[in-house]
Write a protein that binds this ligand. Sequence first.
Ligand code: FPP
Length: 248
Amino acid sequence: MPERTNSSAVPRHVAIIMDGNGRWARQRALPRQAGHRAGVKPVRRVVESCAERGVEVLTLFAFSSENWQRPAEEVRGLMSLFVDALDREVEELDSNGIRLKFIGDLTSLNPVLLERIRAAELKTLQNTRMTLVIAVAYGGRWDLAQAAKRMAAEVTEGKLKLDDINSECLASYLALADLPDLDLLIRSGGEQRVSNFLLWEIAYAELFFTDVLWPDFDANELTRAFDFFCGRERRFGQTSDQVGAATC
Ligand code: FPP
């Protein structure tokens, strides 16, 4: 991959809800798993493209807490797709300077996948070009609940003072603690909702929705999302005058 370029117009942290695999497959009279398999190629494309553009963190929603309710065969298919993707891609991600990080209730995953995840995280730990976060068995509500539980435990043990709890403190217990704030959330597949993804982190993120189904998501669509981001005036609660003109 070419080296990344730096620009103030580039979002530091991009997250994607990769929706539409099932409909893509149905349109072709294929099983849903074929749609999920077709969804791997655009993952490679966006990882390469985001690294080239200078994005620092890319967070992908691969499997939600609620996706466990899908038919067992589909869940099994997705889990084995994740194992295969890790087996195939980690070497190249590592040689391209990408750090892999997984968030979610990983204890609920099967031991084979969990072992691959831990190995991939360890292997790529020192990489600094871009962090690729994969959300598996993740839900925004799960994240807030686990943060609250850990904070409560520390208060009980006397390690955390009740008076020290504020939004910064809470953020440091979330799965994405220590990473830059989310700038841009992209959702493919035509729905305009957040579906229990990064609930805390979307506070000031720009939201880009596209009808394109995930397997068809390409460099053009990513450029459209970045152009959209570029055109936004981000005020973070201030006035237009206070934040000055946008720089794109
Ligand atoms: C949502 O589409 C997609 C998923 C639940 C799975 C996402 C998985 C991939 C894109 C495979 C590759 C991922 C990695 C990280 C290697 P849907 O099934 O809800 O589609 P529908 O709304 O059209 O039914």
